[in-house]
Design a protein around this ligand. Structure first.
Ligand code: NAP
Ligand code: F7E
Length: 326
């Protein structure tokens, strides 16, 4: 039986990946931080067979211990401070967790493997945010990184460190450069979920307006359930490598609003949406769109859920959740 250790199992991707690996017959272990993590109940409910190990990416000894407990064949490093806007206000913490945390996990695996380099396969959750001030459109594996946020800088460090451990120590370490991926499990601080929740509340008469920042931002938005399959496929390759994962389509925030409001029968959303400078970023990533042709050819991966279907899925789920709440 294959054994997988997932850091960030309480997050959006951790939950989908845990479900996928369980379906594939893996024994799943999840690293959970904090002595009383509020998301523990959710993880137990969705992943009843998973074994949870307490630890923190900033604590190397806890990672060494987690490896000893899990004895994994695959480690998926999804844990991070992942909200870009927050990373400017907490740049050092973001660096400790998102950058140095990845190094800690690589180092823990190197020590755990000893003479058996490559016996534990490692996945690093890299991000299109590393492309930042995009140097070419669309962005692919060879595109120069130009991160524009402390989060992007931290992810670039972790990406290069993953490659460095592969090249220096022969580790089976892959970096998945994933573009934005969303779902009904997305945290409410991210724009897609902020929109789907607000639209549902507006439909139910629980909220009047929605306040956003830069409406011209464009993203390549895919479905998280599709993207965790790409993570798993990378880990099944004999040779570790880096892959861009994206839908290869870009949409701006205005078209996200068009689709979300249309789902509740509103064609002109202008009276419902306000803008506030507090949601603008010190440096913006204006246009991200991926070129995932390498992953499509080498892994046989392709996204299944399109943009409209994704937004409708999120609005529909929030309509149900909001209707159930008093
Ligand atoms: P998420 O929902 O924000 O989950 C982040 C996870 O990291 C949570 O489980 C969180 O645990 C954990 N974490 C935070 N600090 C930690 C620490 N000090 N030690 C151990 N774990 C810690 O993020 P996601 O959307 O699932 O994304 C998964 C990964 O992919 C992240 O690394 C993210 O940066 C990266 N990524 C995401 C996207 C995307 O569009 N979703 C795109 C590219 C890359 P708590 O519950 O304890 O907070
Ligand atoms: O912002 C604009 C905002 O916070 C998307 C993370 O998973 O994907 C995610 O990072 C865009 C930005 O995601 C609001 O300025 C406008 O241009 O949903 P977001 P993100 O920053 O792209 C990458 C790939 C990751 O790796 C990250 O971990 O939307 N925007 N108005 C807004 N964004 C938010 N959050 N809130 C607003 O009110």
């Amino acid at each position: 039986m294959k054994r997988a250790l997932i850091t960030g199992i309480t997050g959006q991707d951790g939950l989908y990946l845990g479900e996928l690996l369980t379906q594939k017959g893996y024994e799943v272990f999840g690293l959970v931080r904090g002595q009383n993590n509020p998301k523990l109940e959710l993880v137990h409910a969705l992943l009843p067979q998973a074994t949870l190990v307490f630890g923190d990416l900033t604590d190397l000894s806890s990672l060494i211990r987690a490896l000893g407990v899990a004895q994994p064949t695959e480690v998926y490093n999804l844990g991070a401070v992942s909200f870009v806007a927050y990373s400017w206000e907490n740049a050092a913490l973001t660096t400790d967790v998102t950058a140095k945390g990845a190094l800690n996990m690589l180092e823990a695996i190197r020590l755990y493997e000893g003479a058996n380099a490559g016996s534990v396969r490692f996945y690093q959750a890299s991000s299109s945010e590393m492309f930042g001030k995009a140097q070419e459109v669309p962005q692919r594996e060879a595109t120069l990184l130009w991160p524009r946020s402390p989060y992007g800088v931290a992810k670039a460090f972790a990406h290069h460190m993953t490659i460095n451990y592969r090249e220096s120590y022969g580790m089976h370490a892959s970096s998945g450069v994933l573009f934005n991926h969303e779902s009904p499990r997305r945290g409410p601080e991210f724009v897609t979920r902020k929109v789907s929740q607000a639209v549902a509340r507006i439909a139910l008469g629980k909220q009047q307006t929605l306040t956003l920042g830069n409406l011209d931002a464009s993203r390549d938005w895919g479905f998280a359930g599709d993207y965790v399959e790409a993570m798993w496929l990378m880990m099944q390759q004999d040779v570790a490598d880096d892959y861009v994962i994206s839908t290869d389509e870009t949409h701006n925030l205005r078209s996200l609003l068009d689709v979300a409001f249309a789902r509740i029968g509103i064609d002109d959303w202008s009276g419902y949406v306000k803008q506030d400078a507090k949601f603008m970023r010190p440096a913006e990533v204006d246009l991200l769109v991926g070129d995932s042709s390498k992953a499509r050819a080498a892994l046989g991966w392709a996204p299944r859920v399109g943009f409209t279907e994704l937004v409708n899925m999120m609005v529909d789920t929030d309509l149900t959740l909001q209707a159930d709440q008093a």
